[in-house]
Write a protein that binds this ligand. Sequence first.
Ligand code: FAD
Length: 392
Amino acid sequence: MATVTPQTPLGLFGTDDLISTDDLAMRDTVRKFTEDKIKPQLADWYEAGTVPARDLAKELGSLGVLGMHLEGYGCAGTSATAYGLACMELEAGDSGLRSLVSVQGSLAMFAIWKHGSEEQKQEWLPRMAAGDAIGCFGLTEPDFGSDPAGMRTRARKDGDDWVLDGTKMWITNGSVADVAVVWAQTEDKIRGFVVPTDTPGFSAPEIKKKMSLRASVTSELVLDGVRLPESAMLPEAKGLSGPLSCLNEARYGIVFGALGAARDCLETTIAYTRDRQIFDKPLAGYQATQLKLADMTLELGKGMLLALHLGRLKDNHELRSEQVSLGKLNNVREAISIARECRTLLGANGITLEYPVMRHANNLESVLTYEGTSEVHQLVIGQAVTGEAAFR
Ligand SMILES: Cc1cc2nc3c(=O)[nH]c(=O)nc-3n(C[C@H](O)[C@H](O)[C@H](O)COP(=O)(O)OP(=O)(O)OC[C@H]3O[C@@H](n4cnc5c(N)ncnc54)[C@H](O)[C@@H]3O)c2cc1C
């Protein structure tokens, strides 16, 4: 029997007191959706390696989380902090669910919202906000991930048209997308193109045999003479700063999101250790267990304080990209470390899908790599504090 009433890890930090009532209400709505509609089905989706992305997009659109921090065009226009908190609740369900929302809102919709023409915005954003159209974002290629400037996908002018050729790799939502934002080399820098996925020459075979993000669609994009009108180009994005501005948005969501996965692991594990009897007493009652739980609580709370700080900066339009790197690097690295430590406390049960812990740990392997690997974010921070670029 517990000697004092237990508190949740984040309850101990009192971080809810730092969040506005509106943002808390929104967070609780997304938490309820994840608990009621998503969590009961995740183990099955994960085991099968499939996810009902179209149905989910509709539900997420009704919930108002697709492009929720954008203004106008059917988007909810919430605070950046609210968007972060939604990412956290979705990723407490599964990183795949949060990925669907990040790619839709922060990559595909944001690219059109920030860099698109009025016509492109009117055509796509309201449908995407409602979940009636799914978007993907094609930057990475088989030979160019951390260094996208080397991309081989080309867009060449043919009369008034653009013709795109190339291959993109590891593209979230690719096979289920209605529209792809594709980045390509042109004679005048890298440019973005809004590509309806039913355009002849476009195909998106799904990547199978993944051991991570199994409840998320990941695809190759093949562009074989894809002919587009001149109006398909994003007019306001020229050079690599275009796609990087979108990545910055998605990385910001991950700063919060990864903590959702970590929180779910830690809360699951605390409950498990209180229940699990070992040598005639609860596993939670051993000092070796509590040392682990205390350290994980500390890292979760510190990560949350950092996320909320970055959220405030973003809401004040003061957040810099190297500060997003601080959050992405720290919070994903700590989240994966928490997931792995929690797995040890669950013993053999920890390796099954009966508990979410190993699923989160496996997912976080992808989160560690996408949106800038940990090493790339270390280099960004290294450059910020030394003034020296060490990327090449
Ligand atoms: C599940 C999943 C979904 C994804 N979704 C998308 C998507 O929707 N759209 C999209 O465009 N991309 C997507 N990606 C791709 C992702 O962004 C890339 O995988 C990522 O940028 C890393 O590129 P890479 O895999 O080619 O690794 P590489 O760039 O080959 O890196 C390999 C290793 O080298 C290290 N490294 C790289 N540069 C340096 C350096 N200068 N110094 C030292 N070490 C270095 C890296 O940190 C890493 O450890 C996704 C990836 C995954 C796994």
